[in-house]
Unconditional design. Structure first.
Length: 161
């Protein structure tokens, strides 16, 4: 229905322009401006109709399920490496590629934690995602001591050396 009214409006704006060639130059100029105004008005009406039609549809989201996040908390957690040479791995798995080794006493930022505990060499704990000087990787929990602040972790690292 709206489309029929729109095409009638467009036709009524175009028809005078076609028949205006028989008019004098001043009348044609005036009529050309009127024609341009009508075309602009018709285009605006078309946009308005389309936006009104598209706004009438509502999509309701019934249920959104978010995945669990490995982040420990909103604030940073820090840790001190207590293993003589700790392997930083690409994934939270003993078979994952070793990215780098970190020496005992180094302070690292803990940026995540695995969903489940794992058992390695008789020790059960989580894997922790760390950031060490821009390197991000996974280390196994028993080889770290966790702290709430960087200052506390650095103080402990200094005492241990």
């Amino acid at each position: 229905m709206r489309e029929a009214r729109l095409s009638t409006a467009v036709e009524s704006a175009i028809v005078p322009a076609v028949t205006s060639r028989s008019l004098p130059v001043t009348a044609r100029t005036r009529l050309g401006r009127t024609h341009a105004s009508r075309c602009l008005l018709a285009a605006a009406a078309a946009c308005l109709c389309l936006s009104a039609v598209s706004c009438g549809r509502e999509r309701r989201i019934e249920h959104v399920e978010f995945p669990t996040t490995p982040v420990l908390s909103a604030r940073s957690t820090w840790a001190v490496v207590i293993s003589p040479l700790l392997r930083v791995r690409e994934q939270a798995d003993t078979r994952a590629t070793v990215l780098q080794h970190i020496r005992q006493g180094v302070v690292v930022e803990v940026i995540g934690k695995s969903d489940r505990e794992d058992e390695i060499e008789g020790r059960q704990d989580y894997w922790y995602r760390i950031n060490y000087e821009g390197l991000k990787g996974w280390v196994f929990g028993p080889y770290l001591t966790l702290y709430d602040s960087r200052a506390a972790a650095e103080a402990e690292a200094a005492r241990a050396q």
